[in-house]
Design a protein around this ligand. Structure first.
Ligand code: ADP
Ligand code: MG
Length: 241
């Protein structure tokens, strides 16, 4: 069953068409890796899924709800699609634990102790239980990103959206974040991941999508596409990542 359905979805910023009648179905349990040149629309595609950007044409249905269908559904859609950004975006004045407990308290109405117990479990899951009371400024980039993943998971999303989650990290810190993402994939989480990590794509991706100029130009098996690129432009792109 498709949990995300792009139906001739378009997105314009003024005269600039960033998504051009995208048709794409993503099924529950898929790990879709999204690649493409800078400016091809990858971030915009992700941001439309959880309503951070409004679509301007066609439709986009998430778990049976159109993103166009009004505020009540949009709130539900945002809770169902957790997002992780390149720059972590943690609340700097809150500890790791408070960052993770914040959403469930606010959105799901959990008590402080319930939310913190759950947050501690999630920090444990991402290997950071012992850092629970540290502030973001006291954590490495890799640790901050793992807190950001725990924070997104705390809302109990059905889909996780990752926008270049390791691009801001030094090479030795990328792996600890990729390991957490690999574990999530193994547990069956539906994921859409914008990344240049082709090792991750090959190992964990169930599908690889190459975007250019707001359209999906190749969509297929990650291993086949990487080992034997079906288009010259993809081949060229892969040689430069
Ligand atoms: P990618 O993530 O693939 O690099 P983006 O989705 O960020 O691409 O951007 C695609 C295009 O949309 C770019 O040309 C970018 O300048 C434009 N764009 C993105 N966000 C905005 C915005 N808020 N206002 C105007 N143009 C934007
Ligand atoms: Mg981007």
């Amino acid at each position: 069953m498709s949990i995300i359905e792009f139906r001739k979805t378009s997105k314009n910023f003024g005269a600039v068409q960033v998504l051009n009648e995208v048709d794409l179905n993503i099924d529950t349990g898929e790990v879709v890796v999204l690649i493409g040149p800078s400016g091809s629309g990858k971030s915009t595609l992700l941001r439309c899924i959880n309503g951070l950007e409004q679509i301007t044409g066609g439709d986009l249905v998430v778990d049976g709800m159109s993103v166009k269908s009004g505020n009540a559904n949009l709130r539900t859609i945002r809770q169902e699609a957790g997002m992780v950004f390149q720059q972590f975006n943690l609340f700097p004045q809150m500890t790791a634990l408070e960052n993770v407990a914040f959403g469930p308290r606010k959105v799901r109405g959990l008590s402080k102790s319930e939310a913190e117990a759950q947050a501690l479990d999630l920090l444990d899951k991402v290997g950071l239980k012992e850092r629970a009371h540290h502030y973001p400024s006291e954590l490495s980039g890799g640790q901050q990103q793992r807190v950001a993943i725990a924070r997104a998971l705390a809302i109990r999303p059905k889909v996780m959206l990752f926008d270049e989650p390791t691009s801001a990290l030094d090479p030795e810190l990328k792996q600890e974040v990729l390991n957490v993402m690999r574990q999530l994939a193994t547990e069956g989480m539906t994921m859409v991941v914008v990344t240049h990590e082709m090792g991750f794509a090959k190992q964990v991706g169930t599908r690889l999508i190459f975007m250019e100029h707001g359209i999906i130009s190749v969509d297929g098996d990650p291993r086949e596409m990487i080992d034997n690129p079906p288009s010259e432009r993809l081949k060229d792109f892969l040689q430069h990542v």
